[in-house]
Design a protein around this ligand. Structure first.
Ligand SMILES: [Zn+2]
Length: 283
């Protein structure tokens, strides 16, 4: 699942290439819209909304796409070879005289009236990178189901929009609690929400989803992707387990020393990790 900052960068790139230009080629290779003819329409803008991409065209139309697990938009110059995958994986083509944007493996390709965008993105919570960001509303939505595991609540785009599995795990670490901690037991939920926004904002123009402040490969995350390796703060071996139920399950990472709270295989929910009598990550 992509993180909101990745989608933000894709939108910025597509916007730079397409906005203000007239489509000279357009091809939506999905059954519902295979006959739609978008050529001659001007692209007004490409806007991210959480993890959704909204390509707005003149005449009141919006192309809604979503990358999900491995969808991708690539941009090619005239004459350049399309290299994003085999032709049968192409779901959308938007070409101008300047360049061509090709959408590969997009699980969502939907053409709708711009006035009806709420139908596809109206369920989303405050957008961490959006102009409508509202920290108070995000906190309110998160706490509406206080018994929910924190990582799951952070990943629910109806609470706040833009967090994927990397940030969900890292934010649990930064809060000093395990991904299974009930969201209602979070010591300072408003602080975590604020930090979520700061981290995505800091990463919106660079790849790597850096949460440690260190952009070097292998040092970007505290616990995410570090199963069996040392926690980047205390050196304790990072643990991993599956969280959630199919088809929503994903891998959780946590440091049993830096993070308190329930976790698979631990008998007492609040027992501190080895040598760590409740020590919490600072800042
Ligand atoms: Zn640690």
């Amino acid at each position: 699942m992509p993180e909101g900052d990745s989608v933000y960068r894709v939108a910025a790139r597509l916007h730079e290439e397409l906005a203000g230009r007239v489509l000279t080629a357009a091809d939506l290779r999905v059954p519902a819209h295979a006959t739609a003819d978008l050529t001659g329409r001007r692209v007004l803008e490409v806007a991210p909304r959480g993890k959704h991409l909204l390509t707005r065209l003149d005449g009141g139309l919006t192309l809604h796409t979503h990358l999900r697990m491995d969808g991708r938009w690539a941009v090619y110059r005239p004459g350049e070879r399309w290299s994003g995958g085999p032709a049968w994986q192409i779901r959308a083509v938007l070409g101008t005289e300047h360049s061509t944007a090709v959408g590969y493996r997009l699980p969502v390709v939907e053409l709708l009236r711009s006035a009806e965008e709420e139908r596809v993105v109206g369920h989303l919570g405050p957008d961490l990178l959006g102009p409508d960001w509202d920290a108070g509303e995000a906190v309110r939505r998160l706490l509406a189901q206080p018994g929910r595991p924190l990582a799951e609540a952070l990943l629910d785009q109806r609470n706040l929009a833009g967090i994927g599995n990397v940030y969900a795990n890292e934010l649990c670490f930064l809060a000093g609690v395990t991904p299974w901690t009930p969201v209602g037991e979070l010591p300072r939920p408003e602080r975590l929400v604020e930090r979520s926004q700061q981290i995505l904002d800091a990463n919106r123009l660079r790849p790597g989803h850096v949460t440690t402040g260190d952009t070097r490969p292998g040092r970007r995350h505290w616990v995410y992707g570090r199963a069996g390796r040392p926690c980047a703060r205390c050196g304790t071996v990072v643990r991993t387990a599956t969280q959630g139920t199919p088809p929503q399950e994903r891998v959780a990472f946590w440091c049993p020393h830096c993070q308190r709270g329930p976790a698979p295989g631990t008998r007492t929910a609040t027992r501190p990790g080895p040598g760590g009598a409740g020590r919490r990550p600072g800042r």
